[in-house]
Structure formats: C-alpha cells, structure tokens
Design a protein around this ligand. Structure first.
Ligand code: ADP
Ligand code: ZN
Ligand code: ZN
Length: 736
C-alpha cells in the first residue's frame, strides 16, 4: 500500500461494525499519516463508531461534499497488521460475512470500544524465597491456603494478579496479610516475567521422535501435518518438543485448544517446560486481562499463545508454528455472527506466513482424513500409548431385555464394583446434563415443553426447575401436569444429575464427582472437581463431554458410556462422525497409566455395523466406511455445502424470504450448484423464532462461492433482506 506518501490521500475507506456488506468512504485530514489496519472514530448515521482503516484513496465514487470526515485517529500503528488484514479480508469473502463485522470480531472488546492499545503495568507475586512465616492453614484460612498453593505450584516464579483473581474475587484482601507477613513478595512488571522451565520432560519414544523431526525440519515453510495419535500417545509431548527450535529462532507458537477448561491445565504443564513468555486467551477472562494478553501477543512479547478459537485471529508478528489440538472438535467453528472455522483460517494463515501447522487428534475430522488421504497433509502416526500405558479394551454391553436400574445394567454395576474394590476410579459418561430430559404426564401423555422452542424441558431436580437446554428459559417443576392437572408425573430418561444421584445411593461410602456445565458454573468449581478427579479423591466421575476432552486422570481404569446409541440415529449428516469421535475420546480416558483400562458401551444396537466396526476395528476403519457413505451422498468432504438461514417471529416470512433468495440464486443457476429447500429447520421454533434454511451443495467450491457472491452483491434489491434476521453459513458443522 502506498504509505510512502500518506499526505496525498484525500479519502479513506473504513470498515465499520454493521451487518451491511459495505465499506464506507470518509474524508481524510491530509495532515496525519494514514495507516491501514488502524482504528479511527467516525460518524455513522447518528452515532460515532470505531472503525478500521482499509486503505487511502485519491478519489471516491461519492461526491466529496456528501462525505463526512474522520473524527479521530486512535492508533499510531496498525492495530491489525497487513497479514491479519488480508487474512480477514479473505475470510470475509470466503464466509460472505460483512467485512466490518469480521474486522471488529478480531479485536478484543475494549479495543473495539476505542480504548488505548497500551500495555499496563502488571502486578505480580511470588512466594518469598526465604521466609520464616508459617503457611496459612487449610482449615482456618482456606482462601489464603488456596492462593498459597497456587504460588507454591509456581515454585520460585511470579504469578500475575489475573491468575490469582481466578481463585476468588476476594483474592486481594486475602493476599494482603501474606505480603505483610513477608510470606509473599509483590512487584510490578511491564510485561509478564519470562517463565523458566523447571523440567525437561520424558525421553521421547521412536514414533514421537520421528514426528518431532518431521515437523521441525519444515520450520520456515508452509507445511501441514496431521498428527494422528491414539489417546495418551504423547501428542502434547510432541508439541512441546517442537516449541524449542521455534523459540530458538525467536518465533512465536500459537496453540489452539477446544475448551477453555483445558487451558489452565495445559498452561501449568507448559510452564514447567517452556522458558519464555506464555499467555492464554479465552472468553472466560475478564476484558482487561484479555486485552492485555492480546497486546502481549500482538506486540510480539508473548512467545507461546494458548487460546481457544478466536486466538487464530490475533496478530502475531513472529509466528513460526501453529498447533491445533483436538482438531476434530466442533468448538473450533464459530456458530453465530462471523461463522469461521478456526482450523481452516489457521491453515490459510500458516500458508501466508510460511510456517508449519500441526493438526493433532486421536480422531481426525473427516475433512482432515480426506486431506491426508489426498496428500495435502503429511500424516504422522503415534500408534502406541506413551509410558507403560496399554490401549483400553472396548466392549459392547447389550442391554436389550436386561433389568436396568436408573438406566444402568447389572453387569455395569458388577464392573464398577470390581474396579472400585481394586482401588481404581470409574468414569460414567452420559452426554446430557440435568436429571431427566422429559417430564411426562401418565394420565394425558403431555410432556412439559418449552414455550419458546420445539423441545421438551429438562428436569433439574436439585433446583426443582425445568430448563430448556436450547434457549435457556426455565420455570419451577410443576406440582401437577400443566395440561390436565394430574399429579401422575414421570421423569423419563437420564441425565448426569440422575446418574450421580443413583450412584451416590448405591455407593454411600464412595465420593462421586459430577462434572458438567451446571456443576461447574461457580468460579473455581471446575478446577476443584478436576483436581479431585486427578488426585483420585473422587472415585466415581459422572460427566458430559466436558470430561471427554483431553483430560488425564491417572487412576481411571473403567469408562462406562451410557447413551452411545443416540449418535446412530442423529438427523445431522455429521452425527455418526461425532458419535465415533466422542466414544473414542471418552474411551481414551481409561487406563492412561500403568493399569489396563476397560470401556463398556451400553447399547440396544449391538449388531449395528457401524458400532461393530468402531469397537472391533477402531476409528480409522469406522471413518473409512462412513466416508464412503459421504461420497455416495455427495456430502463434505467430497462436496461443498453452505446454508442460508433465516428466522422471524412468524412461520411464513423466513420461508418466503428464502424462496426469494432461491429464486435469485437459480435464475440463471450457476452450473453444478444444487439449491435444496427452503425447508423449516430440524427444530423449527427456537427461542420464540421460526427458522428455515436453504441448502446449497456443489462439487466445486468456486461455483458455490460464485452463487453466494450473487446473494450478497445487491442485497438492497432483495426484498426483506434488511429486516429479516438471516445468515450465511459456509461449511456448516451441523444443519440445525
Ligand atoms: P496425548 O496428548 O496424546 O493425550 P500426552 O502428551 O498428554 O498425550 O501424554 C500422556 C501421558 O504420557 C502424559 O502423562 C505424558 O507425560 C506421558 N508421556 C508422553 N510421552 C512420554 C514418553 N515418551 N515417555 C514417558 N511418558 C510419556
Ligand atoms: Zn396430563
Ligand atoms: Zn427453549
């Protein structure tokens, strides 16, 4: 861009946060430098908004006297550097999402609001190196004790205020007396103090060494890898070893993880091993901390950045390696607004900045398997578990015509008894929270339904509430049927709360931990439960997929999967793929150390060929069969699809709008694109809105793209487009 002569531009093109697929021209104060990617304040309608400079121009297609002027320039440098700007502009075209919204979603909230992009002084703390003050007692001062433990874990290193604040909102008043007693030292620092490794890690086994050698041989060039490693095979160890040469080259590592919950654990593991500045980025942080960490990454201070999905959009001036852990995980796809897939953006980014990218998983997504099969990605395999751990033994447990107690069969209990008696832990997996998914009237057959969705309310027994898991609305559990008043109400089906209660009743002396979104809402609750699971203090673990992802519980030898069948009959084209991944991932929690692990899968479909293939032949064979079906059905990864969704308070208008869209897209049709629908969404009513969708399918990505461009090109001529809530989803992960 012509920044050599910033004075010569009279106009500037600015992206502002609006749902319009447009950029806006403003007049430029010629006496200030013009920096693409910097923030400006501009008038927009009757408001003042923060926008981002796209480029300077000598002329505008609008008459100059119609154009308004920039109010203020907020940055002296590009807040989004050239490479991120072009990535985002590419993404805006690829996902057909408005550029203003795309650029703004790349910024932390505070920067979006126009706050100055300056690094603040950080308060940092560590245990005093020599202090005779007694440590706080766990009984008398539990909060102080927890803070003390955290500092003790960090050994001699500094911990920043944000980390301590995660323990409790009252951390400051608890810490103060510890500083006064000389137990803790406080300091401030401009950037995070550099972390010092205190551990070198285990010696790698041959397969790990091969993987590390292959990846590190490609530093400095674009080179995509699939690291296909069975659960517990030491993928994280491979990542860690790949970091070292990257950091030596003074480059940055970006690692994306699927769950916020996993970042603190991974962070602690990294801190033991990596010397350098490590920062994490995820949505559970407060906005100040998030902006500060974002700036550390963007200004090039941070060496290793661990984040969830949106971290893929952070500027990284020295990027040298990208790792996507659990690349199959659905949470890498943003499901509203700017619907990007972090894995796919990461791939584009790695190519643009010429660095290797590693997709690690035990259960590769079908897209990735296809890319490896066609040679686009280099596949590296870790086929054996690290250390002395053996692969878990999977077995199907036929529950047809067997007595069930609270959804669990007698043989399942026998197994649980055995493992508990041996002093081990068991994990019971059911992918449903709450007590029971349905409240049914025995007299009239009515279910308690959500008033805003086409869905049943889930019973939450402890809180005595009915809750809709789709829109979040809730009400008290009624005394009698809401239709006929009868008190003959049955709670049908099982959720984690019910299973945990049943286990507590059966094993009164055993400590049961339930881990799901409800039991972990309170700050610090999740960490406490994970700690109890890891230490073995909780002998029975009951949980949803939160328990399935990436955790390492050394004492778990038995995994029971209660509701595996659900995935066999899912309506979505990815249901089977997700079922296979979930079963293998949950199973992977069993026997991760010296003791052999077993996995029992309760099923009423023991003869189902897909279930059989998965259990007997493993995920790779399962995926091969399922991929053949995808090919026959012309579905991804063999074809490309996009959804146009619309929603409104009435039934008719989303369908009508999509009929108009369909008409526009098919007259004349782009060759090779089929337009299916519109049809009502599988769950038509959600949160009080009626939803419909139009499916576009093509064997050629470019044809699909061309079709969608036609939709966004002249939106003002499409009836209702401004009033209707509608969206485009390119490469949707589900068709809901
Ligand atoms: P994954 O990420 O594939 O699930 P991890 O990297 O978490 O696996 O490794 C699983 C366990 O095995 C961890 O406790 C890790 O420390 C250990 N481990 C990994 N590699 C080795 C090795 N080469 N020798 C001994 N233990 C190892
Ligand atoms: Zn009734
Ligand atoms: Zn609802």
């Amino acid at each position: 861009m012509n920044s050599a002569d910033p004075q010569s531009f009279a106009f500037v093109q600015v992206a502002v946060p609006t749902p319009l697929h447009l950029v806006f021209d403003y007049r430029w104060h010629a006496n200030r430098p013009l920096i693409p990617g910097s923030r400006v304040k501009v008038p927009f309608g009757r408001r003042t908004v923060v926008g981002i400079v796209i480029k300077g121009m000598h002329e505008s297609t609008y008459p100059a006297n119609k154009l308004r002027s920039i109010i203020d320039v907020l940055d002296t440098d590009a807040i989004l550097p050239d490479d991120v700007m072009s990535l985002l502009q590419w993404a805006s075209r690829y996902y057909h999402h408005p550029i203003g919204d795309v650029l703004c979603s790349a910024l932390p909230v505070l920067l979006r609001q126009g706050k100055p992009a300056t690094l603040a002084q950080r308060e940092i703390f560590r245990l005093a190196q020599q202090s005779s003050a007694p440590p706080p007692s766990a009984k008398k001062a539990p909060l102080q004790h927890n803070l003390y433990k955290l500092l003790l874990d960090a050994e001699s290193q500094y911990v920043d205020a944000f980390t301590l604040a995660a323990v409790s909102t009252r951390w400051r008043s608890a810490l103060k007396p510890m500083v006064e007693r000389g137990l803790v030292e406080a300091d401030t620092n401009m950037v995070l103090p550099s972390n010092k490794a205190i551990d070198t890690g285990p010696e790698l086994i041959a397969e790990q060494q091969t993987a590390v050698a292959a990846i590190t041989a490609t530093l400095g060039q674009y080179s995509p890898f699939l690291l296909n490693g069975v659960t517990g095979s030491g993928k994280t160890e491979v990542y860690l070893r790949c970091f070292e040469p990257v950091l030596e080259r003074k480059q940055q590592v970006l690692i994306l993880v699927p769950e916020i919950a996993l970042t603190p654990q991974l962070m602690r593991r990294f801190q033991r091993r990596i010397s350098g500045c490590l920062v994490s980025l995820h949505s559970a942080m407060n906005s100040t901390e998030r902006m500060q960490n974002w700036l550390l990454a963007a200004k090039g201070h941070a060496d290793v950045i661990i984040g969830t999905r949106s971290a893929v959009l952070v500027p990284l001036p020295r990027l040298g390696l990208i790792i996507i852990d659990e690349e199959h995980d659905g949470s890498l796809k943003q499901q509203d607004g700017f619907r990007y897939h972090a894995r796919d953006l990461a791939m584009v980014r790695a190519r643009d900045c010429a660095c290797p990218i590693v997709l690690g998983t035990a259960t590769p997504s079908f897209e990735t398997l296809n890319n490896a099969a066609t040679g686009r990605y280099t596949e590296l395999n870790l086929t054996i578990r690290a250390g002395d751990a053996k692969p878990p033994k999977l077995a199907l447990l036929d529950i047809r015509r067997r007595p069930l107690i609270e959804g669990m069969s007698d043989r399942l209990f026998d197994e649980i008894d055995k493992h508990l008696e041996a002093g081990n832990q068991a994990l019971i997996f059911i992918n449903r929270r709450g007590f029971a998914p349905t409240l049914l009237c025995n007299d009239c057959g009515a279910c308690a339904d959500c008033r805003r969705c086409d869905a049943h309310m889930t019973v939450h027994a402890k809180r005595a509430r009915l809750r809709c898991h789709h829109c979040g609305s809730e009400r008290p559990v009624p005394q009698g049927c809401e239709s006929c008043g009868s008190e003959e109400l049955d709670r049908i089906g099982y959720g984690t709360e019910r299973i945990a209660a049943a286990l507590e009743a059966r094993y009164p002396d055993v400590n049961v931990a339930r881990i799901d979104r409800d039991s972990t809402r309170r700050k610090g609750a999740l960490q406490a439960q994970l700690d109890a699971a890891t230490s073995g203090e909780a002998q029975l673990l009951v949980g949803t997929q939160m328990l399935a992802k990436g955790h390492h519980f050394p004492g778990v030898t038995l995994v029971c999967i209660l509701d595996a069948d659900r995935g066999l009959f899912g309506t979505d084209f990815r249901a089977l793929e997700q079922m296979g991944q979930l079963i293998v991932q949950v199973a992977g929690r069993a026997g991760r150390e010296k003791k052999q692990g077993s996995v029992l899968i309760q099923t009423r479909n023991p003869d189902n060929p897909m279930m059989q293939t998965l259990v007997l032949d493993g995920y790779a064979s399962f995926a091969r069969v399922a991929l053949d079906d995808r090919r026959l059905a012309a579905l991804p990864p063999y074809a490309y699809v996009a959804l146009v969704r619309a929603e409104a308070p009435d039934v008719e208008s989303p369908m009508q709008f999509l009929r108009d869209v369909s008409k526009r897209l098919s007259n004349p049709a782009v060759e090779g694109v089929s337009i299916l629908g519109p049809v009502p969404a599988p769950m038509e009513r959600l949160g009080g809105k009626y939803r419909a969708q139009l499916l576009l399918q093509s064997m050629r990505r470019s044809s699909l793209n061309e079709t969608l461009s036609r939709l966004t090109a002249n939106l003002d001529t499409l009836k209702g487009a401004q009033r209707m809530r509608w969206s485009i989803d390119v490469d949707p992960v589900d068709l809901f």
